[in-house]
Design a protein around this ligand. Structure first.
Ligand SMILES: *Cc1c(COP(=O)(O)O)cnc(C)c1O
Ligand code: SF4
Length: 343
């Protein structure tokens, strides 16, 4: 008798994600008053892995994980921003391929994520979900010999089954001018079990240089299981970097940003970017002024090793790269202080 192959453990864990706001409110023991501040229905639905829900302080709306993942009424009382601040549509080469910058193109591998982050700049992205596979995208990657890197993004590329990812990597393997494959993923922060043996075997099988960019905004998101899963990726000679988004009330203070960088570098994960929050409709309550972000980075620079300080950037559509934001006033202030003893 044929036995159905059971889904991998990570798929079973993913099924335990909270998608029902009442169930999550009960789990978090929210008071009536706090419940009344939560949105019962939102176009970008609740999706939260159990692991992250377990880290949220009970009945606490100020919890940094609560803020990132629970829809609240502030989302609807606003005229702030637009549905597509980074203008991805303009840069769509095919339904699933974007190119904004030289030498690298970004493949929208999947519309699915391990979790739904309220501030997400791609929450309104009209994902192509009818066309299976990446035939059109692979044809372009093959033709354009100026490309040396492909970024697997989404949604989250780790939402694909290992078999589908395997097929994709095999197709990329055959394109000689592609030297690097970069994963942009938040999956391990919610479901580190995704980094299982078949997935690691897949990474090992590629002859291209692979890089991993995870997305973590607060040290509370991390735990030993996540770091040990990522350590197995690092042991394959794959650099693991982190990008964060600067979010008001979540990580817009020096103590949190320093603790995050330290937790990462203690595990050999290098902070790559701190992204200025993109003005997406319904996310005004997350917005931090650029000057404040720049001065946070200037303070971090005085506390941490150079490699532990991320680059603070904003995505401005039409620019040839992400745009670095620096606080010139702050820098002048620092340099005049430092020059005092020399005079
Ligand atoms: C951010 C982004 C990249 C990556 O840029 P890097 O500065 O190389 O990290 C590539 N393509 C698109 C469309 C992007 O939005
Ligand atoms: S995981 Fe990334 S793409 Fe998915 S909702 Fe969060 S920020 Fe958006």
């Amino acid at each position: 008798m044929a036995v159905d192959p059971s889904p991998p453990l990570w798929r079973q864990i993913q099924k335990k994600n909270f998608t029902d706001i009442q169930a999550l409110a009960d789990f978090l023991k929210l008071s009536e008053e706090n419940r009344s501040r939560v949105l019962q229905k939102s176009p970008f639905p609740l999706n939260l892995p159990l692991r992250l829900a377990q880290k949220i302080e009970r009945n606490c709306l100020e919890d940094p994980i609560f803020k990132q993942f629970l829809p609240i009424k502030e989302e609807i009382y606003t005229t702030f921003g637009s549905i597509e601040p980074v203008e991805d549509q303009r840069f769509r080469l095919t339904p699933k391929l974007l190119q904004k910058y030289d030498h690298r193109a970004l493949l929208i591998c999947s519309s699915a994520c391990a979790m739904h982050c309220r501030y997400c700049f791609r929450q309104n992205f009209p994902y192509e979900t009818k066309i299976q596979g990446f035939a059109q995208e692979l044809a372009i990657l093959q033709q354009d010999t100026t490309l040396s890197e492909v970024i697997l993004s989404g949604g989250d590329p780790l939402s694909l089954s290992t078999a589908s990812l395997g097929q994709l990597l095999l197709s990329l393997e055959r394109i000689n001018h592609l030297k690097r494959i970069r994963f942009h993923t938040r999956f391990p922060i919610g479901i580190p079990e995704r980094i299982d043996k078949p997935f690691l075997d897949l990474l090992r099988s590629s002859s291209k240089q692979i890089l991993f960019v995870i997305h973590c905004n607060h040290p509370k998101e991390l735990d030993p299981d996540i770091l040990s899963a990522l350590k197995q990726v690092q042991r394959l000679g794959i650099p693991v970097l982190n990008q964060s988004v600067l979010l008001r009330g979540v990580n817009d203070d020096v103590t949190t940003l320093a603790a995050l960088s330290e937790a990462l570098v203690n595990s050999g994960i290098l902070p790559y970017y701190l992204h200025a929050h993109d003005p997406v409709q319904g996310t005004e309550h997350f917005d931090v002024p650029d000057e404040r972000g720049a001065s946070l980075i200037a303070s971090l620079q005085t506390k941490l090793s150079g490699y532990a300080v991320p680059k603070f950037v904003r995505e401005i559509p039409g620019m040839a790269s992400k745009t670095p934001i620096s606080n010139h006033k702050e820098l002048r202030l620092q340099s005049s202080c430092q020059s005092l003893p020399l005079e």
